[in-house]
Design a protein around this ligand. Sequence first.
Ligand SMILES: C[S@@+](CC[C@H](N)C(=O)[O-])C[C@H]1O[C@@H](n2cnc3c(N)ncnc32)[C@H](O)[C@@H]1O
Length: 333
Amino acid sequence: MASKKEPGNAPETAKSSRTPKPPAAKPRKMPSPDTASASKGAKPQPPAKSPQAPPPAAELLPEADQELEQILLLLQKVTGVNFTLYKRSTLRRRIMRRMVLHKLDNLQSYLSLLKDKPAEVEALHQDVLIKVTSFFRDEGAFEVLKKSVFPEIAPTKSGEGSLRFWVPGCSSGEEAYSLAMSWLEFIGDRGTTAPIQIFATDVSEAVIDKARLGFYLENIASEVSPERLRRFFVKVAGGYQISKPIRDMCVFARQNLIQDPPFSKLDLISCRNLLIYLQTALQKRIIPMFHFSLQPTGFLMLGVSETIGTFARLFDLVDKKYKIYCKKSPLDQ
Ligand SMILES: C[S@@+](CC[C@H](N)C(=O)[O-])C[C@H]1O[C@@H](n2cnc3c(N)ncnc32)[C@H](O)[C@@H]1O
């Protein structure tokens, strides 16, 4: 399924692998995320008009911030997720899509609909959490991990517990499983035996359920090589399931990155294509939290359109293209 490109700044070029009618997945208990406590956008440019195109967001959603705030409050009340520091441009576009779907032309009517129909609140909630992902998204990033990152972290744990990776905003699991596969390819016949745990979290319970199941449609063959399909998947009716040893490396759980406690003592955090949907103020809270969560020798990988912003004092750049950083030692900060 080709994914829609989010206008403006969003990097939504990957595919979303849908999982139909899943067999029952056994939820695994997530180890508690350790002790530490985690701690008006510009008016969107109207797209060119065409006879079929819906009215531009700026027309449907003028500076009606009062209603927008009420919608965000309602979303928070029902879902527990506070969207006030998500980028307004994305929120507006997503709300507009829902309004067009319901043939509504003003925010007040849409607010009334939300108040009357809890199902619409859930639909909007799922819509604003943009869950597009794919296996080996920005594939070169995984090659850089194998070449420059894994060799640095593999020896640090010989004989002293497991390596710990964290994938916040993991969507339906493709990124976490791609990391697991890359790790196994890396260790190959190196004889590294350090066990590894990949904690993969998302604020959406629905995608976490899909991720745990590890079942994907046949069209993932366009993202996953035949060799990887043979080695890491089991062919099942209608698609492929991630093989048990790979599923056992990953622990999926619901976690809200902006309000739940983070993990700690991590060797790698891969948080790709989530920060881009958050306002700078929120990004500025999350980057130092990642720094805190990493081992002194830990690495951070962001999405290709994301950066650590003003926190160069906390991280050294390892790979510019794939936004891979390593934690600076306290002496260098
Ligand atoms: C565009 S997807 C990125 C998926 C994957 N990291 C990738 O790069 O392919 C963004 C994910 O972030 C999740 N997300 C958004 N806000 C979040 C939050 N506050 N806490 C945890 N996950 C969140 C969404 O549910 C969505 O699955």
